[in-house]
Design a protein around this ligand. Sequence first.
Ligand SMILES: *Cc1c(COP(=O)(O)O)cnc(C)c1O
Length: 357
Amino acid sequence: MINVTKTYLPPIEEYQAYVERIFKNNQLTNNGPLVRELEQKLKDFLGVKHCLFVSNGTIAIQIALKVLGIKKEVITTPFSYCATTHSLLWENCKPVFADILTSDFCIDPQKVEAQINENTEAILATHVYGNPCDVDKLAEIAQKHKLKLIYDAAHCFGVKVNGTSIFNYGDISTCSFHSTKVFHSTEGGAIFTDNDDYAYLIDRYRSFGHIGDNYLTVGINGKNSEFHAAMGLCVLPKVPEIIEARRQIFDLYDNILNWNKLIKPLVTLPTEHNYAYYPIFFESESTLVKVRLTLEAQQIFPRRYFYPSLSSLKFVINESNCPISDDYAVRALALPLYYDLAHDDVKKIAEIVNNCL
Ligand SMILES: *Cc1c(COP(=O)(O)O)cnc(C)c1O
């Protein structure tokens, strides 16, 4: 069976060595030595000022909203994983959708600007499939209208834009370290910022708001454990080789698939990519369904991603039209892509797709 993704597992001895350290320390959580070691190694690896390890990528967005004091309207993308919109709803903010570009499927800065009103407090954008948003234009809009800018960079571990980590963009940038992502810590996530005050608050918010015996604010439990940090510490050194293996598979798909009948996202900025996903867009949903059924008959399981368009979720009150996102979300399919997917299987998958077109 071939799934859309497969978790990278380090050699078990490497994990065991960390577990022995945890048992010796007798500290399992609450900002323990392995969490601190992972945060330091992530800062060095990524070239970011502050990195706060949290329990997942969704709480990371929620804490970002809290720290920035966002309570009203947030302009966001309809083309993302549900966690982007759900975080806003969970924090009682109002998501206002701005449609996406047909080039890279990221939020369209012009549509963002058109949605700004006196209740707008922030922009929450997703770098779709690890391809960067128009970070310069969005920064300019945020600055001009005095809005906070948050990036859901869950797809972006290892991505660089203009020579620097993509996590350095925005007031705050968040990532997911879920086991389906390029880098993972089983469950987990991180919050990145270069603002010292925000970093201090994030650290407080993820630990119930504690300062010593007392409380700065109403916090949440967003900490992560030593066991999760241990997995992260095992996976981190392998990231370059994981990304290289993904790149080769990505190139193979690029070379075989029939681009007369398919569309793929463009990368519009100078980007060092992480090859996190291999999405293709069909001419129609019916072709997508046919391809999917044909692959599934051979025990190959691609994933509709992103689907559905978040502006169509029934619990979202959506006053804005997002025809582009609605249209592309029903035609998007992510093909299997993981570090040890056999090249022969990639060829087989690409040929099955071509034969259905
Ligand atoms: C995975 C993902 C999340 C959620 O991360 P979790 O760690 O699973 O909570 C949020 N946004 C996007 C775009 C994602 O892909």
